[in-house]
Design a protein around this ligand. Structure first.
Ligand SMILES: [Zn+2]
Ligand SMILES: [Zn+2]
Length: 137
Protein backbone atom coordinates (compact mmCIF):
# COMPACT_ATOMS: atom_id res chain seq x y z
CA UNK A 1 0.00 0.00 0.00
CA UNK A 2 1.18 3.51 -0.76
CA UNK A 3 1.72 5.47 2.44
CA UNK A 4 0.32 7.52 3.97
CA UNK A 5 -3.18 6.12 3.71
CA UNK A 6 -5.64 8.98 4.19
CA UNK A 7 -9.25 9.25 5.21
CA UNK A 8 -11.84 11.26 7.05
CA UNK A 9 -15.45 11.77 8.03
CA UNK A 10 -18.42 12.72 5.89
CA UNK A 11 -18.23 16.46 6.60
CA UNK A 12 -14.42 16.61 6.41
CA UNK A 13 -13.77 18.12 9.85
CA UNK A 14 -11.95 15.03 11.09
CA UNK A 15 -9.12 13.77 8.91
CA UNK A 16 -6.49 11.14 9.53
CA UNK A 17 -3.33 9.71 8.03
CA UNK A 18 -2.01 6.19 8.51
CA UNK A 19 1.78 6.23 8.23
CA UNK A 20 2.46 2.48 8.36
CA UNK A 21 1.11 -0.68 6.75
CA UNK A 22 -1.97 -2.07 8.53
CA UNK A 23 -1.07 -4.99 10.83
CA UNK A 24 -4.20 -6.94 9.94
CA UNK A 25 -7.79 -6.43 8.88
CA UNK A 26 -11.15 -7.90 9.88
CA UNK A 27 -14.86 -7.48 9.40
CA UNK A 28 -16.46 -7.45 12.87
CA UNK A 29 -20.10 -8.52 12.96
CA UNK A 30 -20.66 -8.02 16.72
CA UNK A 31 -23.81 -6.26 17.87
CA UNK A 32 -21.88 -3.32 19.33
CA UNK A 33 -20.11 -2.65 16.04
CA UNK A 34 -23.39 -3.00 14.15
CA UNK A 35 -24.99 -0.24 16.20
CA UNK A 36 -21.89 1.93 16.40
CA UNK A 37 -21.32 2.03 12.65
CA UNK A 38 -24.96 1.72 11.56
CA UNK A 39 -24.25 -1.24 9.31
CA UNK A 40 -24.21 -5.07 9.55
CA UNK A 41 -20.48 -5.08 10.22
CA UNK A 42 -17.48 -2.89 10.97
CA UNK A 43 -14.79 -3.25 8.27
CA UNK A 44 -11.58 -2.42 10.12
CA UNK A 45 -7.91 -1.96 9.44
CA UNK A 46 -5.81 -2.42 12.57
CA UNK A 47 -2.88 -0.04 12.50
CA UNK A 48 -0.03 0.77 14.90
CA UNK A 49 -1.30 3.51 17.25
CA UNK A 50 1.88 5.51 16.65
CA UNK A 51 1.14 5.52 12.90
CA UNK A 52 -2.33 7.07 13.17
CA UNK A 53 -2.29 10.88 12.92
CA UNK A 54 -5.65 12.54 13.51
CA UNK A 55 -6.59 16.17 12.88
CA UNK A 56 -9.88 17.79 13.91
CA UNK A 57 -12.08 17.39 16.96
CA UNK A 58 -13.91 14.17 17.55
CA UNK A 59 -15.80 12.57 20.39
CA UNK A 60 -15.45 9.12 21.89
CA UNK A 61 -18.11 6.75 23.12
CA UNK A 62 -16.94 4.14 25.64
CA UNK A 63 -18.48 0.70 25.97
CA UNK A 64 -17.37 -2.51 27.66
CA UNK A 65 -16.38 -5.22 25.19
CA UNK A 66 -17.07 -8.95 25.70
CA UNK A 67 -13.42 -9.23 26.81
CA UNK A 68 -14.09 -6.80 29.67
CA UNK A 69 -11.86 -4.19 28.04
CA UNK A 70 -13.20 -0.72 27.40
CA UNK A 71 -13.63 0.13 23.74
CA UNK A 72 -13.58 3.83 22.89
CA UNK A 73 -15.19 4.60 19.54
CA UNK A 74 -14.23 7.88 17.91
CA UNK A 75 -16.77 9.75 15.82
CA UNK A 76 -17.14 13.21 14.34
CA UNK A 77 -19.37 15.31 16.56
CA UNK A 78 -20.53 17.28 13.53
CA UNK A 79 -21.60 14.58 11.07
CA UNK A 80 -21.55 11.48 13.31
CA UNK A 81 -19.26 9.38 11.10
CA UNK A 82 -17.72 6.52 13.06
CA UNK A 83 -13.99 6.66 12.31
CA UNK A 84 -11.69 4.73 14.61
CA UNK A 85 -11.42 3.12 17.99
CA UNK A 86 -9.05 2.38 20.81
CA UNK A 87 -9.05 -0.47 23.26
CA UNK A 88 -8.11 0.05 26.92
CA UNK A 89 -5.91 -3.06 26.89
CA UNK A 90 -4.37 -3.00 23.42
CA UNK A 91 -3.22 0.60 23.42
CA UNK A 92 -0.58 0.15 20.70
CA UNK A 93 -3.12 -0.92 18.04
CA UNK A 94 -6.05 1.06 16.69
CA UNK A 95 -8.92 -0.03 14.46
CA UNK A 96 -9.80 2.36 11.65
CA UNK A 97 -13.01 2.19 9.63
CA UNK A 98 -12.18 1.02 6.11
CA UNK A 99 -15.16 2.80 4.56
CA UNK A 100 -13.80 6.16 5.76
CA UNK A 101 -10.61 5.80 3.70
CA UNK A 102 -10.34 8.23 0.82
CA UNK A 103 -9.76 5.13 -1.31
CA UNK A 104 -11.70 2.27 0.32
CA UNK A 105 -10.69 -0.07 -2.51
CA UNK A 106 -7.37 -0.43 -0.63
CA UNK A 107 -9.11 -2.50 1.99
CA UNK A 108 -8.55 -6.27 1.85
CA UNK A 109 -10.57 -8.07 4.54
CA UNK A 110 -8.70 -11.07 5.98
CA UNK A 111 -11.33 -12.59 8.26
CA UNK A 112 -14.86 -12.36 9.62
CA UNK A 113 -15.09 -12.11 13.41
CA UNK A 114 -18.04 -12.30 15.81
CA UNK A 115 -20.07 -14.08 13.15
CA UNK A 116 -22.15 -15.59 16.01
CA UNK A 117 -23.81 -12.18 16.34
CA UNK A 118 -24.23 -11.51 12.61
CA UNK A 119 -27.64 -10.70 11.18
CA UNK A 120 -29.22 -13.44 9.05
CA UNK A 121 -29.39 -10.95 6.16
CA UNK A 122 -25.71 -10.07 6.46
CA UNK A 123 -23.71 -11.21 3.42
CA UNK A 124 -20.17 -12.55 3.88
CA UNK A 125 -17.45 -13.72 1.57
CA UNK A 126 -17.41 -17.54 2.03
CA UNK A 127 -13.67 -17.57 1.23
CA UNK A 128 -12.71 -15.70 4.40
CA UNK A 129 -11.95 -17.50 7.69
CA UNK A 130 -14.82 -17.15 10.19
CA UNK A 131 -14.56 -16.77 13.95
CA UNK A 132 -17.56 -17.04 16.29
CA UNK A 133 -16.06 -14.40 18.57
CA UNK A 134 -12.74 -12.67 19.06
CA UNK A 135 -9.87 -14.66 17.49
CA UNK A 136 -7.21 -12.84 19.54
CA UNK A 137 -8.53 -13.09 23.15
ZN1 LIG B 1 -17.58 15.05 10.20
ZN1 LIG C 1 -17.31 -5.60 16.79
Amino acid sequence: MNLPITGGCLCGKVRYEILAEPLWTANCHCRTCQKAVGAPYFAALFVPASALKITGDYKEFASIAASGNTMFRGFCHECGTSLFGRNSRFTNIRPVSAVTLDDPTLYQPEKDIWVSEAQHWDVMNPELPKFAGNPWK
